[in-house]
Design a protein around this ligand. Structure first.
Ligand code: ADP
Ligand code: ZN
Ligand code: ZN
Length: 803
């Protein structure tokens, strides 16, 4: 028997399966999707079995043998094996990376397997002897004794069971249980033999006789049956009870809430959307729906209903949210509706907790997973529905290898399972909306808020005028007044500081001008060294102006503010307000997002001040004022999606106000109030925004009219980095079709990260049949020759940002 194994040696030039022979004693154990240890060079490495066959093209006498089997049951399903092949091609990663990304971190750590006795009476004597007095022994003992085949048979018959113990404190958690091992007659017999004084024993035996279940915790026996430790001990001695260890799932700690599941009579728009989705589900159609519904239009309610339909049909559903630890309210709604049928997966869980949730999915014990990006790989075997809420969010794209987009994986899986996908958003990505316009996706529109509340009134405040009137504070007069008014009324306020990790543009505070590249319509990036402004799309450079090119004002400079500075300003202007701050500094510890949000929801603060994190999911009745302190930051990102991101963010932030009975007000402060992304977000005018932005994209040849591929080259030495970026760019230019534009090489907007200099080349194309093949060739050159020199080259076929 021969197996094909994908070995865990990324950084190896060749990415293909290797053939290994299987020693006879392991033959019955190998399965596609199981991991093995194999010799590779003079090392022992891990690998995945991706195929089993009888013949090999290699000299069979030279073939090496697999050393051991890591998983007694496969960890990757047949479907996911196919998906990993697709992912490898789609993202140009190593196949091993595609396989690893599908597994929970716990399985990537080392772990130990134990075999546990379930029905000793069925086992062969010699096999049983291995256990001695223990009820569970290590897999290694069985392997050494040469009983693997036997074990696999018993495993399938259910006479023994596999337990996995993860090292690194993430093992399956166990608790002590007391199991009734005697039958009823035996207990009756023991009862009749009891002496009159043994009241406690009598009580416990009689109680056990009338119970349905057969295993109890110490607590249950003490509290419900009123037993004590010595009585329990006596019953163990009499062979009525047995002490046992039972695997339990970790309780994911959650804060206490007192809300209940609310069901609504659906609005007409909701009902129509649901009808179409359910129709696709019932007819096993892999339709992709784009649910475009304004904030508060009841999209989540549609998801819940569609999932219910999927569960009714005996199928499972994946519900993706951008970053779930930021949206505890969303998770709550799913738990309230579906209870124990929900698994939750996100970065806020410990390795062990994630492993537990993953196993529930693997074993089919849950029907729904609510999770962030990687939950798209949930090993469900019969998917009925996949949902991506806030589909436009860039967190759905993994920025590390494998550089996949959850939306693409969702569509692949939906075609495999013949089930629909729902993409939901108040501000769909331009790509998705364009696809819906072309009929590739089916558009479902919700124009009304579910409770018929009005959208909040949005006021755009021109910060240039504030400056002219002598107000140098980061609060405009209007916003400051509004804050005071709400504080008086004891209503809540959300203040939003627009901060995207990296933003360094130069802005004129008198007229709002930002210096841009004439060819690319992208803000020039400020480089402190040499006081230069650079375009990292085309490489254009110019010195930082000392006067505004538009109005000749000298108030032109680098732009930026931190949350702490705002907090000080709030303390100065509104000394009595209670403020909660939510940003990277206050949310480092596990569960802190949820805690802060809960405090705010419970009314323990008047003002919630935060960055992008607070834009999502916040749904509290008492929020009636939202202030955006600086809308310009995202608008002038050196990224062709800057306007789109700003529109999305402004719409989302405004959507936080007045979601319930009280009317909401929004203030957006900006130096460029006339920009269409800001103007149109005032009334959530998505369609006009879409059309305007599409024009710009067409004119400057950006997606969705053109595709982009980003090739980045980094090295510790600036000269080597730029030299190899040049080599890569020239090679691509020489090998790709003439119509394809190869732009660069240019320094990246963030020109140095962790002491490595970064250069890039951008490929723009409409149709390029050679792209994948040529990129694979370039990657091969890199892996065989450049890697040795310390170069790192990465390829992103659909970059979500270009920084
Ligand atoms: P979205 O996901 O589009 O922002 P939600 O599903 O969160 O919207 O709904 C917004 C609010 O309206 C929530 O408070 C929700 O409980 C409520 N809601 C949803 N559907 C209905 C309905 N059919 N009737 C009344 N209220 C509803
Ligand atoms: Zn100016
Ligand atoms: Zn340019």
């Amino acid at each position: 028997m021969i197996v094909e194994v994908i070995v865990d040696v990324s950084a190896y030039p060749i990415d293909r399966p290797f053939d290994y022979s299987v020693p006879e004693h392991l033959e019955s154990l190998v399965e596609r999707g199981s991991r093995v240890h194999v010799p590779f060079g003079n090392r022992k490495v891990q690998g995945f079995i991706t195929n089993i066959k009888e013949h090999t093209d290699f000299d069979i006498s030279k073939l090496k043998e697999i050393q051991s089997i890591i998983d007694v049951e496969p960890v990757v399903t047949e479907e996911l094996l196919q998906l990993s092949k697709w992912l490898t091609n789609k993202t140009l990663c190593y196949e091993i990376d595609a396989l690893q990304v599908m597994l929970p971190a716990a399985l990537r750590a080392s772990y130990k397997k134990n075999i546990k006795l379930i029905d000793p009476s069925e086992l062969d004597e010699n096999f049983l002897a291995l256990f001695g007095k223990k009820e569970s022994i290590s897999y290694d003992v069985i392997e050494k004794a040469g009983y693997l085949r036997q074990m696999k048979k018993y495993l399938m018959q259910g006479f023994v069971q596999l337990e996995t113990v993860i090292k690194q404190n993430a093992k399956a958690k166990t608790i002590a249980k007391y199991r009734v091992v005697a039958n009823k007659e035996f207990i009756h017999e023991q009862l009749s033999n009891l002496s009159k004084s043994a009241i406690k024993q009598k009580e416990l035996m009689e109680w056990l006789l009338i119970q349905q279940q057969t295993s109890f915790t110490m607590e249950e026996l003490k509290e419900t049956a009123n037993a004590n430790s010595s009585t329990i001990k006596v019953l163990i001695e009499k062979n009525i009870l047995e002490k046992d260890k039972e695997e339990v799932y970790r309780e994911i700690s959650s804060l206490e809430y007192d809300d209940k599941d609310k069901r609504f009579q659906l609005t007409d728009e909701q009902a129509l959307a649901l009808k179409k989705i359910n129709h696709a589900q019932n007819n096993a159609e892999s339709t992709t729906f784009l649910v475009h519904g304004i904030t508060g239009s009841g999209k989540t309610e549609i998801y819940l209903n569609a999932i219910e339909n999927s569960i009714l049909k005996g199928k499972q559903a994946i519900m993706l949210v951008p970053e779930i630890s930021l949206t505890p309210q969303m998770t709550r709604r799913f738990k309230l509706r579906f209870g124990d049928q929900v698994a939750v997966m996100h970065s806020g869980l410990s390795v062990g907790e994630k492993y537990d949730e993953w196993r529930k999915i693997w074993r089919g014990e849950v029907k729904v997973v609510v999770g962030a990006r990687s939950a798209i790989f949930a090993p469900f075997k019969d998917l009925g529905l996949i949902i991506l809420d806030e589909e436009h969010e860039s967190t759905y794209k993994q920025e590390d290898t494998p550089r996949y987009h959850a939306r693409d994986v969702a569509i692949w899986r939906s075609e495999y399972h013949n089930c629909p996908v729902i993409l939901g958003s108040a501000t769909p990505s331009l790509e998705s909306y364009a696809r819906a316009a072309k009929g590739v996706y089916t558009l479902l529109t919700l124009k009304m808020r579910a409770k018929e509340q009005a959208l909040p009134t949005v006021n755009v405040v021109d910060m240039r005028t504030e400056l002219k009137n002598g107000n140098r504070s980061m609060f405009s007069i209007d916003l400051a007044d509004a804050v005071r008014e709400k504080l008086d009324k004891k209503e809540q306020i959300v203040l939003f500081l627009n901060k995207r990790g990296f933003s360094s543009f130069v802005l004129c505070r008198d007229c709002g001008t930002v210096v841009e590249c004439k060819q690319c319509d992208i803000s020039l990036t400020y480089h402190r060294a040499g006081e230069q402004l650079k375009c990292h799309y085309c490489g254009h450079e110019e010195p930082v102006p000392t006067k505004c090119p538009e109005c000749t004002s000298e108030h032109i400079r680098f732009f930026g503010t931190g949350t702490q500075k705002v907090e000080e300003e709030i303390a100065r202007l509104f000394p009595l307000a209670r403020v909660l701050r939510m940003d990277v500094d206050t949310t480092r510890t596990k569960g802190s997002h949820e805690r802060i949000l809960k405090q705010f929801g419970d009314g323990e603060a008047d003002i919630l001040l935060g960055t992008q994190m607070i834009a999502k999911g916040l749904d509290f009745p008492n929020i009636t004022l939202v202030g955006v302190l600086n809308a310009d930051t995202t608008l002038h990102l050196a990224d062709f999606r800057a306007a789109e991101k700003t529109f999305q963010l402004m719409t989302q932030v405004s959507g936080r106000a007045g979601r319930h009975d009280k009317e909401g007000k929004v203030y957006i402060q900006t130096y460029t109030p006339e920009h269409y992304a800001i103007e149109l977000s005032k009334d959530q005018l998505f369609e006009p925004f879409y059309h305007k932005e599409m024009q710009v994209r067409k004119q400057y040849e950006y997606p969705p009219f053109y595709y982009l591929t980003l090739v980045q080259v980094t090295h510790e030495n600036v000269l080597i980095a730029s030299e190899y970026a040049r080599l890569a760019t020239d090679w691509l230019r020489a090998n790709l079709s003439e119509q394809t534009m190869v732009v660069g090489p240019t320094a990246c907007a963030i020109s140095k990260i962790q002491n490595r200099y970064r250069y890039q080349c951008l490929i723009k194309y409409k149709k390029e049949p050679l792209l994948i093949e040529k990129l694979q060739q370039l990657i091969k050159i890199y892996r065989t020759e450049w890697m040795k020199k310390g170069i790192i080259l990465s390829v992103d076929l659909d970059p979500s940002t270009i920084l």
